[in-house]
Design a protein around this ligand. Structure first.
Ligand SMILES: [Zn+2]
Ligand SMILES: [Zn+2]
Length: 250
């Protein structure tokens, strides 16, 4: 859709959404993506209008959050929003969940090998935040260099963008959430639904596949998705009954 732009350059997809009075940046996963965002905004008048900027992520994984503090260096007034479950990690009430070893070796490599950026340069990595790493020795690294301005509940609207709602979809991780815009029938699906094969599939690299299936059933029964913006793989746009073709392992 015209106002939702896919920004590449990281390990995951980042989306720039231009709403009437707000810019929303979803899943800013690397400093490289931040550079791309800056380029896009300096080419347009959006940056000069000084509308609020909201940075939001579909879940607390490094490939979806590593660019946030670098982005804040460029937009210090931007507001950061997370789904409330992330707070449990930051307060160390809960450890970051780790997908099974089988999942790491079997289900992750096919996704990453499809990304454009396999080995980022050292300079780039220096600017990236090293938090949200689902590995045994690194899962406790959760300290953020910035403040979280908004903690959102399931069903809450995104601050300054009343058309977009946060929908809790645990499974890939307990804090996974999708972003839904009813007026555009658009779903930003994070790592819950990815798209490696063209029609979308439930992510097999996950902490709890059963929960992910439940979350998917909820999405399917409540929302008429015609535009899908996955965390990995290409968006699917203007397609009726899109979720009925998403591949699910029985
Ligand atoms: Zn993830
Ligand atoms: Zn991801």
């Amino acid at each position: 859709m015209k106002h939702i732009t896919l920004i590449k350059g990281g390990f995951s997809n980042c989306y720039l959404i231009k709403e009437e009075d707000t810019l929303i940046l979803v899943d800013v996963g690397s400093s490289n993506e931040v550079k791309e965002i800056m380029k896009r905004l300096s080419d347009s008048s959006d940056n000069k209008r000084r509308q609020p900027i909201v940075i939001i992520s579909t879940h607390f994984h490094i490939d979806h959050i590593a660019g946030i503090s670098y982005l804040l260096c460029n937009f210090p007034d931007a507001e950061v929003a997370f789904y409330k479950k992330v707070k449990d990690f930051l307060t160390r009430k809960e450890k970051l969940s780790i997908p099974s070893i089988m999942s790491w070796f079997g289900n992750l490599p096919p996704v990453y090998l499809r990304q454009e950026r396999h080995i980022p340069s050292l300079i780039e990595i220096k600017k990236d935040d090293r938090v949200g790493i689902p590995l045994p020795l690194l899962r406790r690294k959760v300290s953020l260099k910035y403040e979280v301005n908004h903690w959102l509940e399931d069903g809450d609207t995104i601050p300054h963008a009343g058309d977009w709602r946060v929908i809790s979809t645990p499974g890939h991780t307990p804090d996974s959430a999708c972003l839904w815009c009813e007026k555009d029938n658009a779903l930003i699906s994070g790592d819950t639904i990815i798209n490696m094969a063209g029609k979308g599939e439930l992510n097999l690299f996950c902490c709890d596949y059963l929960k992910e299936k439940e979350s998917f059933s909820k999405l399917k029964s409540f929302f008429n998705v015609k535009n899908l913006y996955p965390g990995h793989g290409n968006p699917i746009e203007y397609k009726d009954d899109l979720l009925s073709e998403v591949k699910i392992r029985k």
